[in-house]
Design a protein around this ligand. Structure first.
Ligand SMILES: NC(=O)c1ccc[n+]([C@@H]2O[C@H](COP(=O)([O-])OP(=O)(O)OC[C@H]3O[C@@H](n4cnc5c(N)ncnc54)[C@H](O)[C@@H]3O)[C@@H](O)[C@H]2O)c1
Length: 318
């Protein structure tokens, strides 16, 4: 029986990915290793967590001894745990470096110690920084502009060192903004739904004209599954979306779904010290092996908004 080990599996992306992997690898044992921060919940795995194939370990990435112990006999490791919210990273730089950089190094050391044969590291489009026109491909340079994206870029540099020094079999994934249910309302789309459902103002940075491409979480899971089958070790894959929105447009979609006038509920606040204008990925490489995104925000807004209505009290603040 395969053992698949997923860090951050109680978070937004990690929980969808854990369910997806559980459905696809029907005979595998799935270990979720997660500190379960304010952004996560074991409830995210309610559909599967009682199955004997699933084991949830509530531990920190920085507890190396337990990481090494629980990763023994792992066949595939997917590293999705991270501090993930840019706004928090301005004041909590230590936490971001500790989890995203040192935590990733611990994951790599555990993989090395246990001779794990396939490691998928989830990174972000933000490591490339902003781009006004066209898109970044996998060879483009790093230009991170905030402590979150620099911690993710630093983690990738450590991985690069481990690939060269220890021949560690890692595949790096760089993804666009991902949307779906279970994401903490600190992020744009869930925050829009959550505030509107509570009839509270939602704050947008600057003029709300920054552009982001949005990738549906199920499309993302399909891409990871394909990479597990056909991806080449020690390669990088951009997983992008062609569905691009201004931040204000995302809020408008949520307001329309809630039949509210967006003007009444939006509050513009001073922009971040530096706010990337636009992120964009060229994802021809993964297209060539048979993947493309299919779902845009408008297709799922009803489902997502309804989920937040039902789970409005699930989230606590950091
Ligand atoms: N959400 C996006 O749009 C997006 C886009 C591209 C890449 N990513 C990357 O995808 C991954 C998952 O992001 P997400 O949006 O699901 O974030 P999230 O904040 O919802 O989940 C992160 C998970 O990591 C866990 N975690 C945090 N610190 C930990 C620690 N020290 N030890 C163990 N577990 C810890 C949390 O408890 C949580 O379950 C991250 O690596 C993020 O950088 C996210």
């Amino acid at each position: 029986m395969h053992k698949i080990f997923i860090t951050g599996g109680c978070g937004f992306i990690g929980s969808h990915l854990t369910e997806y992997i559980y459905r696809k690898y029907k005979k595998s044992q799935i270990f979720v290793y997660d500190k379960i921060t304010y952004a996560a919940s074991v409830k995210n795995l309610d559909k599967i967590r009682k199955d004997r194939r699933v084991k949830i370990i509530k531990k920190d990435l920085n507890n190396y001894k337990s990481l090494e112990k629980f990763t023994k006999n792992t066949d595939i490791l997917i590293h999705a745990a991270a501090e993930s919210h840019v706004d928090n990273s301005f004041n909590l730089t230590n936490e971001f470096i500790t989890t995203n950089v040192l935590g990733t190094k611990n994951v790599l050391d555990a993989c090395k110690a246990n001779n794990i044969k396939k490691i998928i590291h989830i990174s972000t489009d933000e490591i490339y920084g902003e781009i006004h026109k066209s898109s970044f491909n996998e060879q483009s340079n790093f230009n991170p502009s905030n402590p979150y994206s620099s911690s993710k870029a630093a983690a990738e540099m450590i991985i690069n060192g481990y690939i060269h020094s220890y021949k560690l079999p890692v595949i790096i994934i760089r993804a666009n903004n991902i949307f779906g249910t279970r994401q903490h309302p600190e992020k744009l789309l869930p925050g829009s739904c959550w505030s509107l459902l509570k009839k509270k103002h939602f704050t947008l940075h600057g003029n709300g004209m920054q552009k982001r491409s949005f990738l549906y979480v199920e499309d993302f899971c399909k891409a990871i599954y394909l990479i597990l089958q056909k991806g080449k070790l020690n390669e990088i894959y951009n997983i992008g979306s062609k569905f691009e929105y201004k931040n204000i447009d995302v809020f408008k979609i949520a307001a329309k779904e809630n039949k509210l006038n967006f003007r009444k509920y939006v509050k513009y606040v001073k922009d971040r010290p530096f706010n990337d204008y636009r992120y964009s990925l060229n994802f021809n490489k993964i297209k060539k092996i048979g993947w493309k995104p299919t779902t845009k925000i408008e297709d799922k807004i009803f489902e997502i908004n309804s989920w937040y209505k039902k789970n409005i009290n699930r989230f606590k603040k950091r």
